[in-house]
Design a protein around this ligand. Structure first.
Ligand SMILES: O=C(O)C1=C[C@@H](OP(=O)(O)O)[C@@H](O)[C@H](O)C1
Ligand SMILES: C=C(OP(=O)(O)O)C(=O)O
Length: 416
């Protein structure tokens, strides 16, 4: 892939059929649960991208058979056990892989080191490791972020764990998936109310049930998970709702008609809640709580820049510990197109649309963050001369993003 890509604003509304790839969240849950099951599981419609490759390779390194018979398929053969890997598990910047595998490493027979790239080494993991210690798992995370060392003992003893999920709901998902492999029922409870999108916990519970686990919610902030592990299963992965937001936005911004092959109402992932806001972007509400659809916030912010009214995004403090600090990144990069277009206000992001003549060409930093690249590409549909640096970073979750834009008629030029 080239070092920089300039987007040529299309002369006509974008039309055509483009399906987003499979859901990252569901693929990585299903890969792990299939790996923990005893038997052969089959996934279809799955995502093949950096994040799922890291999960699949880590499972292979722990003795799970993972084959890829087709473009969107995985066949996973688990034995109900995980081997300690010979080398540290390198998981790039895949939050789901790092968090879910850190918890699952307690089930390995020996020492597991989990690490990632420079961004991942700044993404907090201490609340998860602390919670694991309270279950009797021995683990260290000297900097509070990866690398993490887990001394797996093929299981754990604890029956009750409380976790602070203010920085990431993935900690809860990780503990829930581990909990089914204990010797006793385990109660997983939230400490405090703050949590990233609860919809991701629902995805976790649904995936666990699909692989045979018994999970009983207790009110909104605790779950009891029965012991028994996982059963091999077949699963068709739904398309990725976060990826869909870029296609919905491309449609709305250009006044086009893009057939994603799936209706917004049919997604089970939290980011589908962004659809009506994107569709009606000229009449966005003045305040949008992004806490329950956080990966869609960069998309919504980019679209809001071409709306009619200022929009304040709230509830997004944890965007600062994603692949990059997304609050800062979106404020900085949108403002390259028009000074003051977006501003940080505490942890909020405020987008104030500019008049069409107020926009100018710009080279956009992506910070290695796929969502900054894809959101800012949307601005490139509207403003001539938007150049996205490091466009290949979309491979984290949507490797065919540029090809799909091309299929809709968007021209891009390597910019060097
Ligand atoms: O559980 C998941 O699949 C995810 C949870 C969210 O993270 P946080 O809970 O860290 O906000 C989301 O941003 C991420 O892309 C995927
Ligand atoms: C935050 C994200 O990913 P993760 O936490 O899984 O790395 C994302 O895909 O926007």
């Amino acid at each position: 892939m080239t070092d920089a890509l300039t987007i040529i604003p299309p002369q006509a509304p974008l039309r055509g059929r483009v399906s987003p790839p499979g859901s990252k969240s569901i693929t990585n849950r299903a890969l792990l649960l299939a790996g923990l099951a005893n038997g052969e599981s089959r996934l279809t419609g799955a995502l093949k991208s950096d994040d799922t490759r890291h999960m699949a390779n880590a499972l292979r390194a722990m003795g799970v058979g993972v084959e890829e018979p087709e473009e969107t398929g995985f066949v996973v053969r688990g034995s109900g056990r995980l081997r300690a890997p010979a080398e540290p598990l390198f998981l790039g910047n895949a939050g789901t892989a790092v968090r879910f595998l850190t918890a699952a490493a307690a089930l390995a027979e020996g020492r597991v080191v989990l690490t990632g790239d420079a961004h991942m080494q700044k993404r907090p993991i201490a609340p998860l490791v602390e919670a694991m210690r309270s279950l009797g798992v021995e683990a260290e995370e000297p900097t509070g972020c990866p690398p993490v060392t887990v001394h797996g003992r093929g299981g754990f003893e604890g029956r009750e764990v409380t976790v602070d999920a203010g920085l990431s709901s993935q900690y809860v998902s990780a503990l829930l998936m581990l909990a089914a492999c204990g010797a006793h029922p385990v109660r997983v409870a939230l400490r405090g109310d703050a949590i990233g999108a609860r919809g991701y916990i629902d995805l976790t519970v649904a995936a666990m049930r699909r692989f045979g686990a018994v999970v009983e919610p207790e009110g909104g902030s605790a779950w009891v998970v029965r012991p028994g592990g996982y059963r091999a299963a077949e699963l068709h992965v739904e398309p990725d709702a976060s990826a869909a937001t870029y296609l919905w936005a491309a449609e709305a911004l250009t006044g086009g008609a893009i057939d994603l092959g799936v209706a917004a109402a049919d997604f089970t992932q939290p980011d589908a809640a962004a659809y009506p806001l994107i569709r009606d972007f000229r009449a966005m509400p003045p305040v949008i709580d992004g806490s329950q659809m956080q990966d869609a916030v960069p998309t919504l912010a980019a679209v809001a820049a071409f709306g009619a009214v200022p929009v304040r995004f709230t509830g997004i403090a944890n965007l600062r510990v994603k692949e990059c600090d997304r609050v800062h990144a979106m404020a900085t990069e949108l403002s390259r197109l028009s000074p003051g277009l977006a501003m940080e206000d505490g942890d909020d992001l405020v987008v104030t649309p500019a008049a069409p003549e107020g926009f100018r060409a710009a080279r956009i930093e992506t910070y290695g963050d796929h969502r900054i690249a894809m959101s800012m590409a949307l601005a490139g549909l509207m403003v001539p001369g938007v150049t996205i640096l490091d466009p290949g970073c979309v491979a984290k979750t949507y490797p065919d993003f540029w090809r799909d834009l091309g299929r809709l008629g968007v021209e891009t030029r390597a910019a060097g």
